[in-house]
Design a protein around this ligand. Structure first.
Ligand code: SF4
Length: 442
């Protein structure tokens, strides 16, 4: 990686922290509220099983380095997870304080407090073994799952190379998370620690185009697949290929990398998942006059978390339910509106268009956020790796695929879940690969 970039000043102004960091005194007061529960439900609710009471107790006693190391032992991407995890439905959702009608402990913000202190003090990731082993592991994709696998293996002394076709590591953490949750430089800062361990990165390398899969197979002892998902589904309606139709992930990546600095006019976002909400909120902050989310079902069916939906409403985003886009209209080359039809839900849950119900929503930009497709073509080239419905099948305990040389984790095995799930998968696979290598070379 090159020198770490600074956050663009204009982006920082438009996307201030959603949950500002704790000041020292507030962090200690919050840490002292924790009951240090035995068999802590917050730890059980965390996919990476961070020892929550342990790290919080260390904050209370002023041992911030110890706190951060305890967190990092479970989750090497703890800084980004402290900011992007849906804590309301994970650790904080499980906190016993709910039983006493009290606010749950602010675990995410406390974790961020420890990790910020660790980064400010130029902390480094510890090795788990000082021995160097010659065995080589390739991690395909530089997203959270691969990074977690790479860190685990490198910490144990193995030689790891991470390949990614993009110019920067981090996957969706770097390119796809709303800037008010995780600024791009903060994602890269955390990954620099993994690079400093000695993990090698090869960016701008597309497997199959720049290097053959067979060559990787010959050069490496094991291969970890952390390739995520493919492109977002296209808006397959007349006019859906207009240049002012831009998919949500591309839109988010564009403003995070400075390619988009402002939005003018009215924006329509199609879909009601968390990515749709991120794109809609970003549009308002980038200057859109009016932002509307269209969704073909009702609020009860949205896949976005409730708190994300509430946040979007607070940002001024409007929602049109039971609305199906049918065409993108333009005039003299300029996008002018999106044509929609009203939908109805029958008793059996099936959707039907309502006859003669077409209407138009005027807009200048359309942002489809209708899910990502699996990397079917790439995955089909992996020899003896079983794929089902576009997902790589793995042994859940180890992440090993049907081809013993391949392990996998993250979105390519689960179809798209949280960053913390990908980290858990990567770490589990890293441990399993290390065990396999130890057994083979004992
Ligand atoms: Fe602390 Fe809540 Fe976890 Fe108990 S459940 S250890 S109170 S954070």
């Amino acid at each position: 990686m090159h020198d770490l970039p600074q956050q663009n000043a204009e982006i920082a102004r438009r996307f201030p922290d959603l949950h500002p960091p704790f000041a020292s005194q507030a962090a200690v007061i919050e840490a002292n509220r924790c009951l240090n529960c035995f068999d802590a439900p917050c730890t059980a609710a965390c996919p990476t099983h961070i020892d929550v009471p342990r790290f919080i107790k260390k904050i209370a006693s002023g041992n911030l380095r110890g706190s951060a190391l305890s967190i990092l032992d479970a989750n090497v991407l703890a800084a980004s997870c402290s900011r992007v995890c849906p804590v309301q439905v994970l650790c904080e959702g499980a906190c016993v304080m709910h039983r006493y009608n009290k606010q749950p402990i602010a675990i995410g913000r406390l974790q961020r407090y420890s990790m910020d202190a660790f980064h400010s003090s130029h902390g480094t990731l510890p090795r788990k073994s000082l021995e160097e082993h010659p065995q080589r592991i390739a991690c395909l994709g530089a997203g959270p799952a691969s990074l977690a696998a790479a860190a685990e293996l490198r910490q144990r002394g193995y030689q790891v190379t991470v390949f990614d076709k993009r110019p920067q590591p981090g996957g969706l953490n770097t390119y796809g998370v709303a800037e008010y949750k995780l600024p791009l430089p903060d994602s890269l800062r955390e990954i620099k620690l993994i690079e400093d361990l000695g993990v090698k990165f090869r960016f701008g390398v597309e497997i199959g185009r720049d290097i053959a899969l067979e060559d990787i197979g010959q050069q490496f002892d094991y291969i970890f697949l952390g390739v995520g998902l493919g492109e977002m589904h296209k808006l397959d309606i007349p006019g859906g290929d207009h240049p002012a139709v831009i998919d949500a992930l591309e839109f988010i990546a564009n403003y995070k990398t400075g390619r988009t600095t402002g939005v003018q006019g009215d924006v329509v976002v199609i879909g009601a998942g968390n990515t749709a909400i991120d794109a809609a909120n970003a549009s308002t902050r980038l200057g859109a006059k009016r932002v509307t989310i269209l969704y073909r079902r009702t609020q009860a069916h949205i896949s976005a978390f409730d708190f994300e939906y509430e946040h979007a409403k607070d940002e001024g985003v409007a929602f049109h339910w039971l609305t199906q886009p049918v065409a993108v209209n333009s005039s003299n080359g300029k996008l002018t509106s999106i044509e929609c039809t009203r939908m109805d839900i029958a008793n059996d849950g099936t959707l039907h268009p309502v006859a003669n119900s077409n209407f138009r929503v005027d807009c200048d930009i359309v942002i489809p956020a209708i899910g990502q497709s699996p990397l079917v073509e790439f995955l089909s080239k992996l020899s003896n790796v079983r794929i089902e419905k576009g997902r790589v099948l793995v042994d859940r305990a180890t992440g090993q695929t049907s081809n013993p040389k391949y392990f996998a984790g993250g979105d390519c095995i689960n179809g798209g879940r949280e960053v913390v799930d990908a980290v858990a998968d990567g770490k589990r696979a890293g441990i399993a690969i290390a065990k396999a290598l130890e057994a083979a070379h004992a």
